[in-house]
Design a protein around this ligand. Structure first.
Ligand SMILES: *Cc1c(COP(=O)(O)O)cnc(C)c1O
Length: 375
């Protein structure tokens, strides 16, 4: 058996007719930039997030950038976030001229540890940007409480967490603003680049709407120096087709994740803990193993593809060397990046494929630990 890491072609096979009709609607209407399909998608996605407003943009990175600008982040400010994330979280902070300040993670969830945030707050702190990594909501209540006490904004990086719930509430509706990515491999993926900002604040929505379109509130009247961050019509049309399936796909991801947990319960690896009060949407199913590279090779040789998210945390990337974080500065983040292993998980995956992959993982872990002992 061959188990791919994920499979967008299998998904297209189920959607082909609806997608082609949607793309044809955009061509017939010649609404290639923003337009009706994008507006309708904004309404439908806001509803899905249980948020007041959605502003569609051209990537998750742009959505993060606009979210930061919308709460007034500017050069000289600091934004507290996690280094256990995709680099875009930090890049968006850098775009504003502010400095990312990294706080270590809670090793049980791999998300930012709220208990460490207060010590990182300075008079320059303007916002806290937790990431709902792998689709698992960050522990927002204590973060909101600290933020309220210090008068700073909470923004959500929800780029991996479409539809996740924190204590019953959808992510994207909890902070002052949130950013989603519709990169093709995300749980809700476009057929190209895409992203969205969600918020309950009418003023933030209005600001983001202007900023994504050259700062204009009315055609050719520019209130701000803005950006070209508009979503194109095809992406809106494709996303509307796919949004209708998202809840079913998420339910299937959860089923498969439960099956992995059951099958891997006696294997010598660590799995992240889910808060029973939250719903993780399993963008990725990540296990933590020693000797990760050897385990990966063993899995590859029996046809099970895996990935690593992420092999080097943001604070140790060359791009951020100037911030001066050295190895050992965020111990839990660094340990996780040495041990994390993303197993195959996608809604079209069969239960037999999960069984096959889990068995291969059990064998690979046993083999590599036997080798480690005999060495
Ligand atoms: C994908 C992702 C982004 C960036 O989204 P793009 O659409 O690729 O720009 C930001 N943060 C996280 C956590 C992501 O996974």
């Amino acid at each position: 058996m061959n188990v791919p890491y994920f499979d967008l072609k299998a998904q297209y096979a189920h959607l082909r007719e609806d997608i082609l009709l949607a793309v044809d609607r955009v061509c017939q209407g010649a609404s290639f930039i923003l337009g009706d399909e994008v507006s309708l998608f904004e309404r439908e996605f806001a509803e899905h997030c249980e948020a007041g407003y959605c502003v569609a943009v051209n990537s998750g990175t742009s959505a993060l950038h606009l979210a930061l600008l919308s709460v007034g982040v500017q050069p000289g400010d600091e934004v507290i976030t996690t280094a256990n994330t995709f680099i875009a979280t930090a890049e968006a902070i850098s775009y504003t001229g502010a400095k990312p300040v990294f706080v270590d993670i809670d090793p049980c969830t791999a998300n930012i540890d709220p208990a460490l945030i207060e010590d990182a707050i300075t008079p320059r702190t303007k916002a806290i940007l937790p990431v709902h990594l792998y689709g698992r909501p960050a522990d927002l209540d204590p973060i909101m409480e600290i933020a309220a006490r210090h008068g700073v904004a909470v923004l959500e990086d929800a780029c991996q967490a479409h539809g996740a719930r924190y204590k019953g509430k959808r992510v994207g509706s909890l902070g002052r603003a949130a950013a989603f990515s519709f990169y093709p491999g995300k749980n809700l993926g476009a057929y190209g680049e895409g992203g969205a900002l969600t918020t309950n604040d009418a003023q933030i929505a209005e600001f983001a709407r202007a900023m994504r379109d050259h700062g204009q509130s009315q055609r050719y009247f520019h209130d701000f120096v803005g950006y070209n961050y508009r979503m194109d019509g095809f992406q809106g049309a494709v996303l509307r087709v796919k949004l209708k399936r998202l809840d079913d796909w998420t339910a299937r991801r959860r089923e498969l994740a439960d099956l992995y947990r059951e099958l891997l319960s006696d294997v010598a690896l660590d799995l992240p803990q889910d808060d029973p009060a939250s719903d993780c949407v399993y963008h990725l199913f990540v296990a933590y193993v020693d000797e990760r590279e050897r385990v990966r090779e063993a899995l590859q040789s029996c046809g099970v593809q895996t990935a690593v998210h992420y092999p080097r945390p943001v604070h140790l990337q060359k791009a951020y060397a100037a911030l001066g974080y050295g190895p050992g500065s965020l111990p839990y983040t660094e340990r996780v990046s040495d041990r994390c292993l993303s197993l195959p998980l996608f809604p079209e995956m069969t239960s037999d494929q999960v069984r096959f992959a889990a068995e291969a993982v059990a064998e690979a872990v046993e083999q590599t630990s036997a080798v480690a002992v005999s060495n």
